[in-house]
Ligand binder design. Structure first.
Ligand code: FAD
Length: 466
Protein backbone atom coordinates (compact mmCIF):
# COMPACT_ATOMS: atom_id res chain seq x y z
CA UNK A 1 0.00 0.00 0.00
CA UNK A 2 1.14 3.52 -0.77
CA UNK A 3 0.22 6.79 0.84
CA UNK A 4 -0.30 9.52 -1.75
CA UNK A 5 0.51 12.85 -0.14
CA UNK A 6 -1.70 15.55 -1.72
CA UNK A 7 -0.24 19.04 -1.65
CA UNK A 8 -0.82 21.39 -4.58
CA UNK A 9 -2.56 18.64 -6.55
CA UNK A 10 -6.11 18.69 -5.23
CA UNK A 11 -7.56 16.38 -7.85
CA UNK A 12 -7.98 12.72 -8.68
CA UNK A 13 -7.62 12.66 -12.48
CA UNK A 14 -4.40 13.36 -14.37
CA UNK A 15 -2.43 13.15 -11.14
CA UNK A 16 0.80 11.35 -11.89
CA UNK A 17 1.82 10.33 -8.38
CA UNK A 18 -1.70 9.21 -7.47
CA UNK A 19 -2.08 7.27 -10.69
CA UNK A 20 1.32 5.54 -10.35
CA UNK A 21 0.54 4.65 -6.73
CA UNK A 22 -2.83 3.21 -7.79
CA UNK A 23 -1.14 0.88 -10.25
CA UNK A 24 0.95 -0.71 -7.52
CA UNK A 25 -2.03 -1.73 -5.39
CA UNK A 26 -4.05 0.19 -2.89
CA UNK A 27 -3.68 3.95 -2.31
CA UNK A 28 -4.25 5.88 0.90
CA UNK A 29 -4.91 9.54 -0.01
CA UNK A 30 -3.60 11.94 2.64
CA UNK A 31 -3.29 15.66 3.30
CA UNK A 32 -1.16 17.22 6.03
CA UNK A 33 -1.79 20.75 7.33
CA UNK A 34 1.78 21.83 7.98
CA UNK A 35 2.04 24.88 10.28
CA UNK A 36 5.39 25.80 8.71
CA UNK A 37 3.75 26.08 5.28
CA UNK A 38 0.60 27.75 6.59
CA UNK A 39 2.77 30.55 7.90
CA UNK A 40 3.10 31.71 4.28
CA UNK A 41 -0.59 31.27 3.41
CA UNK A 42 -3.34 33.89 3.32
CA UNK A 43 -7.16 33.92 3.71
CA UNK A 44 -8.16 33.59 0.03
CA UNK A 45 -5.69 30.81 -0.62
CA UNK A 46 -6.66 28.89 2.50
CA UNK A 47 -10.33 29.23 1.56
CA UNK A 48 -9.65 27.97 -1.98
CA UNK A 49 -7.62 25.08 -0.61
CA UNK A 50 -10.19 24.04 2.02
CA UNK A 51 -13.13 24.11 -0.39
CA UNK A 52 -11.18 22.14 -2.98
CA UNK A 53 -10.11 19.62 -0.37
CA UNK A 54 -13.67 19.18 0.71
CA UNK A 55 -14.72 18.36 -2.85
CA UNK A 56 -11.78 15.97 -3.25
CA UNK A 57 -12.73 14.20 -0.04
CA UNK A 58 -16.30 13.78 -1.31
CA UNK A 59 -14.89 12.21 -4.48
CA UNK A 60 -12.95 9.67 -2.43
CA UNK A 61 -15.91 8.95 -0.15
CA UNK A 62 -18.16 8.24 -3.13
CA UNK A 63 -15.67 5.51 -4.00
CA UNK A 64 -15.54 3.91 -0.56
CA UNK A 65 -12.34 5.61 0.53
CA UNK A 66 -11.51 8.91 2.24
CA UNK A 67 -8.89 11.57 2.64
CA UNK A 68 -6.72 10.95 5.69
CA UNK A 69 -6.20 14.34 7.31
CA UNK A 70 -3.45 15.29 9.75
CA UNK A 71 -2.02 18.47 11.23
CA UNK A 72 1.65 18.78 12.07
CA UNK A 73 5.11 18.35 10.63
CA UNK A 74 4.92 16.01 7.62
CA UNK A 75 8.23 14.47 8.76
CA UNK A 76 6.29 13.05 11.71
CA UNK A 77 2.80 12.76 10.27
CA UNK A 78 3.56 10.86 7.08
CA UNK A 79 5.53 8.02 8.73
CA UNK A 80 2.73 7.81 11.33
CA UNK A 81 -0.01 7.62 8.68
CA UNK A 82 1.98 5.01 6.77
CA UNK A 83 2.54 2.90 9.91
CA UNK A 84 -1.08 3.12 11.00
CA UNK A 85 -2.26 1.88 7.60
CA UNK A 86 0.48 -0.71 6.98
CA UNK A 87 1.76 1.18 3.95
CA UNK A 88 5.31 0.59 2.74
CA UNK A 89 5.71 3.77 0.74
CA UNK A 90 4.74 7.41 0.42
CA UNK A 91 4.62 9.24 -2.90
CA UNK A 92 3.93 12.80 -3.99
CA UNK A 93 4.15 15.23 -6.88
CA UNK A 94 7.14 17.53 -6.82
CA UNK A 95 6.95 21.21 -5.92
CA UNK A 96 9.80 23.32 -7.18
CA UNK A 97 10.04 26.47 -5.08
CA UNK A 98 13.05 26.78 -2.79
CA UNK A 99 11.18 26.23 0.48
CA UNK A 100 9.11 23.36 -0.86
CA UNK A 101 12.15 21.54 -2.24
CA UNK A 102 13.91 21.83 1.12
CA UNK A 103 10.86 20.55 2.97
CA UNK A 104 10.48 17.64 0.56
CA UNK A 105 14.10 16.59 1.05
CA UNK A 106 13.62 16.62 4.82
CA UNK A 107 10.45 14.53 4.48
CA UNK A 108 12.22 12.06 2.22
CA UNK A 109 14.95 11.65 4.81
CA UNK A 110 12.45 11.12 7.64
CA UNK A 111 10.59 8.48 5.61
CA UNK A 112 13.77 6.66 4.67
CA UNK A 113 14.88 6.71 8.31
CA UNK A 114 11.53 5.16 9.21
CA UNK A 115 12.22 2.34 6.72
CA UNK A 116 9.66 3.57 4.19
CA UNK A 117 10.06 4.10 0.49
CA UNK A 118 9.70 7.74 -0.65
CA UNK A 119 8.91 8.54 -4.29
CA UNK A 120 8.27 11.88 -5.97
CA UNK A 121 7.32 12.54 -9.58
CA UNK A 122 6.89 15.50 -11.95
CA UNK A 123 3.34 16.53 -12.41
CA UNK A 124 2.66 20.26 -12.19
CA UNK A 125 4.47 21.21 -15.41
CA UNK A 126 4.74 19.58 -18.79
CA UNK A 127 8.51 19.91 -18.52
CA UNK A 128 10.08 20.08 -15.12
CA UNK A 129 12.62 22.77 -14.22
CA UNK A 130 16.02 21.94 -15.62
CA UNK A 131 14.64 20.00 -18.60
CA UNK A 132 14.52 22.92 -21.05
CA UNK A 133 17.94 24.54 -21.15
CA UNK A 134 20.36 26.34 -23.43
CA UNK A 135 22.98 24.31 -25.26
CA UNK A 136 25.27 24.97 -22.32
CA UNK A 137 22.71 23.40 -19.99
CA UNK A 138 21.70 26.71 -18.44
CA UNK A 139 18.26 28.09 -17.68
CA UNK A 140 17.02 30.43 -20.37
CA UNK A 141 16.91 34.11 -19.42
CA UNK A 142 14.93 34.93 -22.56
CA UNK A 143 11.44 33.56 -22.91
CA UNK A 144 11.22 33.37 -26.73
CA UNK A 145 13.93 30.68 -26.98
CA UNK A 146 12.39 28.75 -24.13
CA UNK A 147 8.98 28.93 -25.79
CA UNK A 148 10.19 27.41 -29.07
CA UNK A 149 11.58 24.38 -27.27
CA UNK A 150 8.51 24.07 -25.05
CA UNK A 151 6.21 24.26 -28.10
CA UNK A 152 8.09 21.72 -30.20
CA UNK A 153 8.80 19.09 -27.57
CA UNK A 154 6.48 16.11 -27.31
CA UNK A 155 4.07 16.32 -24.39
CA UNK A 156 2.72 13.54 -22.22
CA UNK A 157 -0.98 12.64 -22.14
CA UNK A 158 -3.24 12.82 -19.07
CA UNK A 159 -3.23 9.81 -16.76
CA UNK A 160 -6.44 8.23 -15.40
CA UNK A 161 -7.93 8.72 -11.95
CA UNK A 162 -7.76 5.65 -9.67
CA UNK A 163 -10.87 3.49 -9.59
CA UNK A 164 -12.63 2.51 -6.37
CA UNK A 165 -10.80 -0.83 -6.20
CA UNK A 166 -7.44 0.90 -6.21
CA UNK A 167 -8.33 3.03 -3.20
CA UNK A 168 -7.84 1.85 0.38
CA UNK A 169 -10.89 1.69 2.56
CA UNK A 170 -9.90 4.28 5.15
CA UNK A 171 -11.61 7.04 7.08
CA UNK A 172 -10.28 10.47 7.90
CA UNK A 173 -10.82 13.15 10.52
CA UNK A 174 -12.89 16.21 9.61
CA UNK A 175 -11.12 19.03 7.77
CA UNK A 176 -10.23 21.95 10.04
CA UNK A 177 -12.09 25.22 9.55
CA UNK A 178 -10.51 28.39 8.18
CA UNK A 179 -10.69 29.80 11.70
CA UNK A 180 -9.11 26.75 13.33
CA UNK A 181 -6.18 27.17 10.96
CA UNK A 182 -5.78 30.74 12.24
CA UNK A 183 -7.14 32.62 9.22
CA UNK A 184 -9.92 35.18 8.85
CA UNK A 185 -12.53 34.65 6.19
CA UNK A 186 -11.29 36.23 2.94
CA UNK A 187 -12.64 39.69 2.14
CA UNK A 188 -13.00 38.57 -1.51
CA UNK A 189 -15.50 36.30 -3.19
CA UNK A 190 -12.98 33.69 -4.18
CA UNK A 191 -13.11 32.05 -7.63
CA UNK A 192 -15.02 28.77 -8.03
CA UNK A 193 -13.07 25.98 -6.38
CA UNK A 194 -12.45 22.32 -7.02
CA UNK A 195 -11.96 19.84 -9.87
CA UNK A 196 -15.48 20.09 -11.25
CA UNK A 197 -15.32 23.89 -11.55
CA UNK A 198 -11.89 23.61 -13.18
CA UNK A 199 -13.16 21.10 -15.72
CA UNK A 200 -16.16 23.29 -16.56
CA UNK A 201 -13.94 26.34 -16.99
CA UNK A 202 -11.65 24.50 -19.36
CA UNK A 203 -14.56 23.15 -21.37
CA UNK A 204 -16.29 26.51 -21.64
CA UNK A 205 -13.07 28.28 -22.57
CA UNK A 206 -12.14 25.74 -25.25
CA UNK A 207 -15.62 25.81 -26.76
CA UNK A 208 -15.32 29.42 -27.90
CA UNK A 209 -13.32 32.11 -26.03
CA UNK A 210 -10.05 30.39 -26.93
CA UNK A 211 -10.66 31.34 -30.57
CA UNK A 212 -10.88 35.02 -29.57
CA UNK A 213 -8.06 34.82 -27.08
CA UNK A 214 -5.33 36.30 -29.29
CA UNK A 215 -7.50 39.33 -30.11
CA UNK A 216 -9.13 39.87 -26.76
CA UNK A 217 -6.79 38.63 -24.06
CA UNK A 218 -5.73 42.18 -23.26
CA UNK A 219 -9.30 43.46 -22.97
CA UNK A 220 -10.27 42.98 -19.33
CA UNK A 221 -13.97 43.56 -19.96
CA UNK A 222 -14.15 40.83 -22.62
CA UNK A 223 -13.91 37.84 -20.29
CA UNK A 224 -11.69 36.21 -22.90
CA UNK A 225 -9.11 34.50 -20.70
CA UNK A 226 -9.46 31.06 -19.16
CA UNK A 227 -9.56 31.94 -15.45
CA UNK A 228 -7.63 28.72 -14.88
CA UNK A 229 -4.81 30.22 -12.80
CA UNK A 230 -6.16 29.32 -9.33
CA UNK A 231 -6.86 25.81 -10.61
CA UNK A 232 -3.36 25.42 -11.99
CA UNK A 233 -1.94 26.82 -8.78
CA UNK A 234 -3.90 24.36 -6.60
CA UNK A 235 -3.80 21.53 -9.09
CA UNK A 236 -7.57 21.14 -9.27
CA UNK A 237 -6.85 20.41 -12.93
CA UNK A 238 -3.83 18.70 -14.50
CA UNK A 239 -1.67 20.56 -16.99
CA UNK A 240 -1.75 17.59 -19.42
CA UNK A 241 -5.56 17.76 -19.40
CA UNK A 242 -5.43 21.48 -20.18
CA UNK A 243 -2.92 21.00 -22.97
CA UNK A 244 -4.87 18.12 -24.52
CA UNK A 245 -8.09 20.17 -24.55
CA UNK A 246 -6.30 23.11 -26.18
CA UNK A 247 -4.77 20.86 -28.84
CA UNK A 248 -8.22 19.47 -29.56
CA UNK A 249 -9.64 23.00 -29.89
CA UNK A 250 -6.72 23.81 -32.21
CA UNK A 251 -7.42 20.80 -34.42
CA UNK A 252 -11.08 21.84 -34.63
CA UNK A 253 -10.33 25.53 -35.22
CA UNK A 254 -12.29 26.94 -38.17
CA UNK A 255 -9.29 28.71 -39.73
CA UNK A 256 -5.62 29.60 -39.32
CA UNK A 257 -6.30 32.67 -37.24
CA UNK A 258 -8.31 30.75 -34.64
CA UNK A 259 -5.72 27.96 -34.60
CA UNK A 260 -3.06 30.63 -33.97
CA UNK A 261 -5.20 31.94 -31.14
CA UNK A 262 -5.03 28.49 -29.50
CA UNK A 263 -1.27 28.59 -29.86
CA UNK A 264 -1.20 32.03 -28.29
CA UNK A 265 -2.90 30.48 -25.28
CA UNK A 266 -0.32 27.68 -25.20
CA UNK A 267 2.40 30.30 -25.15
CA UNK A 268 0.92 31.62 -21.90
CA UNK A 269 1.10 28.15 -20.40
CA UNK A 270 4.75 28.21 -21.40
CA UNK A 271 5.27 31.48 -19.48
CA UNK A 272 4.20 29.64 -16.35
CA UNK A 273 6.77 26.92 -17.06
CA UNK A 274 9.43 29.50 -17.94
CA UNK A 275 9.07 31.27 -14.60
CA UNK A 276 9.13 27.93 -12.77
CA UNK A 277 12.44 27.16 -14.49
CA UNK A 278 13.83 30.59 -13.63
CA UNK A 279 12.86 30.37 -9.97
CA UNK A 280 14.14 26.82 -9.55
CA UNK A 281 17.63 27.86 -10.59
CA UNK A 282 17.42 31.32 -8.99
CA UNK A 283 15.55 30.78 -5.70
CA UNK A 284 17.04 34.00 -4.29
CA UNK A 285 14.94 36.06 -6.76
CA UNK A 286 11.96 35.77 -4.41
CA UNK A 287 13.64 38.52 -2.42
CA UNK A 288 16.37 39.96 -4.64
CA UNK A 289 16.48 41.46 -8.12
CA UNK A 290 17.15 39.00 -10.93
CA UNK A 291 19.32 41.60 -12.64
CA UNK A 292 22.35 43.01 -10.93
CA UNK A 293 22.92 46.74 -10.65
CA UNK A 294 25.99 48.82 -9.98
CA UNK A 295 24.19 50.58 -7.10
CA UNK A 296 21.11 49.73 -5.05
CA UNK A 297 17.86 50.99 -6.59
CA UNK A 298 16.71 53.92 -4.45
CA UNK A 299 13.08 52.92 -4.00
CA UNK A 300 11.05 55.37 -1.94
CA UNK A 301 9.15 54.75 1.27
CA UNK A 302 5.67 56.27 1.22
CA UNK A 303 3.11 54.54 3.42
CA UNK A 304 0.22 56.74 2.26
CA UNK A 305 0.89 56.10 -1.43
CA UNK A 306 1.25 52.37 -0.81
CA UNK A 307 -2.06 52.34 1.03
CA UNK A 308 -3.80 54.29 -1.75
CA UNK A 309 -2.49 51.73 -4.24
CA UNK A 310 -3.77 48.84 -2.10
CA UNK A 311 -7.15 50.51 -1.61
CA UNK A 312 -7.57 51.50 -5.25
CA UNK A 313 -7.72 55.23 -4.48
CA UNK A 314 -4.80 56.56 -6.53
CA UNK A 315 -6.99 58.70 -8.78
CA UNK A 316 -5.82 56.70 -11.83
CA UNK A 317 -9.05 54.91 -12.85
CA UNK A 318 -7.58 51.84 -14.55
CA UNK A 319 -5.13 51.25 -11.68
CA UNK A 320 -7.86 51.62 -9.08
CA UNK A 321 -10.17 49.26 -10.96
CA UNK A 322 -7.48 46.57 -11.02
CA UNK A 323 -6.65 46.95 -7.35
CA UNK A 324 -10.31 46.79 -6.40
CA UNK A 325 -10.85 43.70 -8.53
CA UNK A 326 -8.06 42.07 -6.53
CA UNK A 327 -9.73 42.82 -3.21
CA UNK A 328 -13.18 41.85 -4.46
CA UNK A 329 -12.30 38.63 -6.30
CA UNK A 330 -8.84 37.48 -5.12
CA UNK A 331 -7.97 37.68 -8.83
CA UNK A 332 -6.85 40.32 -11.31
CA UNK A 333 -6.74 40.26 -15.10
CA UNK A 334 -3.20 39.92 -16.49
CA UNK A 335 -3.18 43.29 -18.29
CA UNK A 336 -4.17 44.93 -15.02
CA UNK A 337 -1.46 43.09 -13.10
CA UNK A 338 1.05 44.63 -15.49
CA UNK A 339 -0.49 48.10 -15.23
CA UNK A 340 -0.73 48.20 -11.43
CA UNK A 341 2.75 46.72 -11.01
CA UNK A 342 4.21 49.32 -13.34
CA UNK A 343 2.32 52.05 -11.47
CA UNK A 344 3.63 50.93 -8.09
CA UNK A 345 7.24 50.75 -9.20
CA UNK A 346 7.50 53.53 -11.82
CA UNK A 347 4.90 56.07 -10.69
CA UNK A 348 4.96 55.60 -6.94
CA UNK A 349 8.64 54.54 -7.05
CA UNK A 350 7.95 51.85 -4.46
CA UNK A 351 9.85 48.59 -4.24
CA UNK A 352 8.34 45.70 -6.25
CA UNK A 353 8.62 43.54 -3.11
CA UNK A 354 5.86 45.66 -1.49
CA UNK A 355 3.60 44.85 -4.41
CA UNK A 356 4.58 41.20 -4.44
CA UNK A 357 3.75 40.92 -0.71
CA UNK A 358 0.29 42.40 -1.33
CA UNK A 359 -0.40 40.10 -4.28
CA UNK A 360 0.77 37.15 -2.22
CA UNK A 361 -1.71 38.10 0.48
CA UNK A 362 -4.66 38.76 -1.81
CA UNK A 363 -4.45 36.45 -4.85
CA UNK A 364 -6.11 33.03 -4.74
CA UNK A 365 -3.75 32.01 -7.57
CA UNK A 366 -0.56 33.30 -5.94
CA UNK A 367 2.25 31.19 -7.33
CA UNK A 368 5.73 32.13 -6.18
CA UNK A 369 7.40 31.65 -9.56
CA UNK A 370 4.79 33.47 -11.69
CA UNK A 371 4.24 36.21 -9.12
CA UNK A 372 7.92 36.98 -8.67
CA UNK A 373 8.45 36.66 -12.42
CA UNK A 374 5.58 39.05 -13.16
CA UNK A 375 6.72 41.62 -10.61
CA UNK A 376 10.33 41.55 -11.69
CA UNK A 377 9.27 41.84 -15.33
CA UNK A 378 7.05 44.85 -14.63
CA UNK A 379 9.59 46.62 -12.45
CA UNK A 380 12.35 46.08 -14.99
CA UNK A 381 14.54 44.02 -12.68
CA UNK A 382 13.77 40.55 -14.08
CA UNK A 383 14.27 38.24 -17.05
CA UNK A 384 12.92 39.52 -20.34
CA UNK A 385 12.10 42.66 -18.42
CA UNK A 386 10.69 45.81 -19.95
CA UNK A 387 13.65 48.13 -20.61
CA UNK A 388 13.73 50.57 -17.69
CA UNK A 389 12.89 53.56 -19.92
CA UNK A 390 9.72 51.96 -21.38
CA UNK A 391 7.16 52.98 -18.82
CA UNK A 392 3.43 52.31 -19.08
CA UNK A 393 1.30 55.44 -19.19
CA UNK A 394 -1.68 54.41 -17.04
CA UNK A 395 -4.09 56.76 -18.81
CA UNK A 396 -3.15 55.49 -22.27
CA UNK A 397 -3.31 51.90 -21.03
CA UNK A 398 -6.85 52.51 -19.78
CA UNK A 399 -7.95 54.06 -23.04
CA UNK A 400 -6.38 51.35 -25.17
CA UNK A 401 -7.47 48.29 -23.21
CA UNK A 402 -10.76 49.47 -21.74
CA UNK A 403 -11.98 52.01 -24.32
CA UNK A 404 -15.59 52.01 -23.14
CA UNK A 405 -14.45 52.07 -19.50
CA UNK A 406 -16.63 49.02 -18.93
CA UNK A 407 -14.07 47.30 -16.74
CA UNK A 408 -13.32 50.50 -14.84
CA UNK A 409 -16.98 51.13 -14.12
CA UNK A 410 -17.46 47.57 -12.87
CA UNK A 411 -15.02 48.13 -10.04
CA UNK A 412 -15.11 51.89 -9.47
CA UNK A 413 -18.73 52.81 -8.74
CA UNK A 414 -17.81 56.48 -8.20
CA UNK A 415 -17.29 56.65 -11.99
CA UNK A 416 -20.42 54.70 -12.91
CA UNK A 417 -22.18 57.63 -14.57
CA UNK A 418 -19.11 59.30 -16.04
CA UNK A 419 -18.63 59.08 -19.84
CA UNK A 420 -15.67 56.95 -20.99
CA UNK A 421 -13.85 59.95 -22.58
CA UNK A 422 -13.99 61.83 -19.30
CA UNK A 423 -12.71 58.81 -17.37
CA UNK A 424 -9.77 58.50 -19.76
CA UNK A 425 -9.03 62.22 -19.32
CA UNK A 426 -9.41 62.17 -15.56
CA UNK A 427 -5.84 63.14 -14.82
CA UNK A 428 -5.86 66.02 -17.32
CA UNK A 429 -9.09 67.57 -15.99
CA UNK A 430 -9.01 70.66 -13.80
CA UNK A 431 -9.65 69.88 -10.11
CA UNK A 432 -13.00 71.68 -10.10
CA UNK A 433 -14.12 69.75 -13.18
CA UNK A 434 -13.24 66.51 -11.42
CA UNK A 435 -15.11 67.62 -8.35
CA UNK A 436 -18.23 68.34 -10.34
CA UNK A 437 -18.14 65.16 -12.48
CA UNK A 438 -17.40 62.57 -9.78
CA UNK A 439 -17.03 64.21 -6.37
CA UNK A 440 -16.43 60.90 -4.59
CA UNK A 441 -13.53 59.79 -6.78
CA UNK A 442 -10.04 60.97 -5.72
CA UNK A 443 -7.68 63.32 -7.54
CA UNK A 444 -4.53 61.69 -8.94
CA UNK A 445 -1.97 61.23 -6.17
CA UNK A 446 1.03 61.73 -8.46
CA UNK A 447 1.88 63.37 -11.78
CA UNK A 448 2.72 60.59 -14.22
CA UNK A 449 4.93 62.67 -16.54
CA UNK A 450 7.01 63.89 -13.62
CA UNK A 451 7.32 60.47 -12.03
CA UNK A 452 8.28 58.92 -15.33
CA UNK A 453 11.35 61.16 -15.49
CA UNK A 454 12.23 60.41 -11.86
CA UNK A 455 11.88 56.66 -12.43
CA UNK A 456 14.27 56.80 -15.39
CA UNK A 457 16.78 58.76 -13.28
CA UNK A 458 16.38 56.25 -10.45
CA UNK A 459 17.21 53.34 -12.76
CA UNK A 460 20.07 55.19 -14.44
CA UNK A 461 21.60 55.88 -11.03
CA UNK A 462 21.26 52.19 -10.12
CA UNK A 463 22.83 51.16 -13.43
CA UNK A 464 25.67 53.55 -12.81
CA UNK A 465 24.95 55.45 -16.06
CA UNK A 466 26.40 58.94 -16.33
P1 FAD B 1 -4.95 32.99 -19.19
O1 FAD B 1 -4.65 34.17 -20.05
O2 FAD B 1 -6.15 32.22 -19.47
O3 FAD B 1 -3.65 32.07 -19.22
C1 FAD B 1 -3.70 30.67 -18.99
C2 FAD B 1 -2.69 30.28 -17.96
O4 FAD B 1 -1.37 30.57 -18.42
C3 FAD B 1 -2.82 31.03 -16.65
O5 FAD B 1 -3.82 30.46 -15.84
C4 FAD B 1 -1.43 30.89 -16.08
O6 FAD B 1 -1.23 29.62 -15.49
C5 FAD B 1 -0.56 30.97 -17.32
N1 FAD B 1 -0.11 32.36 -17.54
C6 FAD B 1 -0.71 33.30 -18.29
N2 FAD B 1 0.02 34.43 -18.30
C7 FAD B 1 1.10 34.19 -17.53
C8 FAD B 1 2.24 34.95 -17.15
N3 FAD B 1 2.43 36.21 -17.60
N4 FAD B 1 3.14 34.40 -16.34
C9 FAD B 1 2.99 33.13 -15.89
N5 FAD B 1 1.95 32.35 -16.23
C10 FAD B 1 1.01 32.87 -17.04
N6 FAD B 1 -0.01 34.10 -12.48
C11 FAD B 1 -0.25 33.17 -11.54
O7 FAD B 1 -0.72 32.08 -11.87
N7 FAD B 1 0.02 33.42 -10.21
C12 FAD B 1 0.53 34.61 -9.80
O8 FAD B 1 0.78 34.78 -8.61
C13 FAD B 1 0.76 35.62 -10.77
N8 FAD B 1 1.22 36.84 -10.41
C14 FAD B 1 1.46 37.80 -11.37
C15 FAD B 1 1.98 39.04 -10.97
C16 FAD B 1 2.24 40.03 -11.92
C17 FAD B 1 2.80 41.35 -11.47
C18 FAD B 1 1.98 39.77 -13.28
C19 FAD B 1 2.25 40.81 -14.32
C20 FAD B 1 1.48 38.54 -13.69
C21 FAD B 1 1.22 37.54 -12.73
N9 FAD B 1 0.68 36.27 -13.11
C22 FAD B 1 0.47 35.32 -12.14
C23 FAD B 1 0.48 35.91 -14.51
C24 FAD B 1 -0.92 36.19 -15.09
O9 FAD B 1 -1.32 37.49 -14.78
C25 FAD B 1 -1.99 35.21 -14.59
O10 FAD B 1 -1.54 33.89 -14.75
C26 FAD B 1 -3.29 35.38 -15.39
O11 FAD B 1 -3.78 36.68 -15.26
C27 FAD B 1 -4.31 34.39 -14.88
O12 FAD B 1 -5.51 34.55 -15.55
P2 FAD B 1 -6.04 33.42 -16.54
O13 FAD B 1 -5.93 32.09 -15.89
O14 FAD B 1 -7.37 33.86 -17.02
O15 FAD B 1 -4.94 33.53 -17.67
Amino acid sequence: MTVHWHRRDLRAADNRSLSAAAETGSVIPAFVFDPAVLEYASPPRVAFMLESLSELRAWYRERGSDLVVATGDPRDELPRIAREHDAESVSWNRDYSGLASKRDEAVREALTDAGLEATSVDDALLFEPGSITTQQGETYAVYSYFWKKWRDREKESPVPAPNGEQLASVSGDPLPSQEALGFDEPEANIPDTGMEAARRRLETFCADPIYRYADQRDDPAADATSGLSPHLKWGTIGIRTVYEAVERAKSEAPDDATADSCEEFESQLAWRAFYAHVLATNPHTVTTNYRSYENPIQWRTDAAALQAWKDGTTGYPIVDAGMRQLRAEAFMHNRLRMIVASFLTKDLLLDWREGYAWFREKLADHDTASDVGGWQWASGTGTDAQPYFRIFNPMTQGERHDPDAEYIRTYVPELEDVPAETIHEWVALEPDERASVAPEYPDPIVDHAERRETAIEMFEAARGDE
